[in-house]
Design a protein around this ligand. Structure first.
Ligand code: NAD
Length: 321
């Protein structure tokens, strides 16, 4: 069995590898060859923590496993990341534990890869301005990944806590993109692509602000009750997701569906677009929304890449159970 630490994951799985792995597993999900199992997520009643499992099996790539972890809100005081994840991979032929893979970096890089996949397949080719809503841990990964799939010329950004924006500005500067902190309405008026990656529980962007032709990758809403968009945006948009079952229960679409503005069957798995079974964007003035809820198979896909590469390059510890 391999043990792969955070630093080794960073060395082995770059943005390109994560993009390819996530695109491939979304496609396998849409073909019915990869399946996520029901998610377990529980409040522990200790340390204010949320703890859970996301698991699944990708028959196309022969990856079986589980990501375990959650959110410990007081970790920051201890110098630790609040979100904690570990991936366990099993041999699909025998059930034997194959690898234990650190999951914190992989979670960020796979989440950024998901929105980048959505931008690559759904945003207008001539998109020039990227709007960032959110400036937390995930946001810099999101910005870097998005910048690799369109020729953006500028970043406009807003965050409920403006003091967090300089970190995002520094990354924009590093990758050579002018950065401007703006109000939300201006962000929507300027941006061709918007990424939302906050922990909001109420709509941050309103339908009347969104210009025709905008693509929104809505990435922050991954739990019942969270919300980043006015449900009317989804009513007016072509809506895509990683997995419909999660989109309507824990994703952004939960609100539009509950309000009767959107039906479950209106939501298209992005894998269908990747496989060429759905056209995706059909007009330059169409608004597209990607409801990125975060599925276990994304974690297993990037952890699988880490394990394969670690083996090839002899870069992980071998342990016998
Ligand atoms: P973080 O704690 O580092 O940053 C939180 C962000 O949300 C900051 O921009 C902060 O200003 C903002 N925020 C905090 N409280 C808010 C509130 N009440 N209303 C509006 N905004 C608020 O978190 P992170 O790691 O950057 O994660 C951001 C979000 O993305 C979280 O909701 C997290 O659960 C979610 N997430 C989703 C996926 C996925 O696959 N879809 C994966 C990882 C994280």
């Amino acid at each position: 069995m391999l043990v792969i630490d955070e630093a080794t994951c960073e060395a082995l799985v770059g943005r390109r590898e994560a993009f390819d792995a996530v695109e491939k597993v979304f496609a396998a999900m849409a073909r019915g060859e990869a399946r996520n199992f029901p998610v377990v997520r529980e409040a522990l009643g200790h340390a204010d923590a949320l703890y859970g499992f996301k698991s699944g099996f990708d028959r196309a790539d022969m990856v079986l496993g589980v990501k375990s972890g959650g959110y410990w809100p007081h970790n920051a005081e201890k110098g630790l990341t609040n979100h904690q994840s570990t991936v366990f991979l099993f041999d699909p032929d025998t059930g034997r534990l194959d690898a234990v893979v650190a999951g914190n970096y992989l979670t960020a890089v796979r989440t950024a890869a998901a929105s980048a996949v959505s931008i690559a397949h759904l945003a207008r080719k001539d998109a020039k301005v990227l709007g960032m809503v959110g400036a937390g841990h995930q946001s810099t990964f999101q910005l870097r990944a998005a910048a690799e799939v369109r020729d953006f010329e500028k970043v406009v950004a807003w965050n409920p806590h403006p003091e967090m924006l300089p970190r995002l500005a520094a990354v924009a500067e590093e990758i050579g993109l002018p950065f401007q902190a703006v109000e939300r309405e201006q962000l929507c008026a300027e941006a061709d692509v918007i990424i939302t990656i906050t922990s909001a529980f109420e709509p941050l962007l309103m339908a009347d602000w969104i210009r025709p032709g905008t693509h929104i990758a809505c990435m922050g809403t991954d739990t019942k009750g969270k919300q980043e968009l006015d449900p009317e945006i989804l009513a007016r948009a072509a809506v895509f997701t990683d997995e419909v079952a999660q989109s309507v229960t824990i994703g952004e679409a939960q609100h539009a569906v509950a309000a009767g503005l959107l039906g479950e069957t209106d939501i298209v798995p992005i894998g269908m677009v990747i496989n060429g079974d759905h056209a995706g964007r059909t007009a330059d003035d169409e608004i597209t929304v990607f409801d990125g809820t975060g599925v276990g198979l994304q974690d297993l896909a990037v952890a699988g890449v880490a394990a394969r590469r670690a083996r090839e390059r002899d870069m992980a510890r071998q342990v016998e159970l």
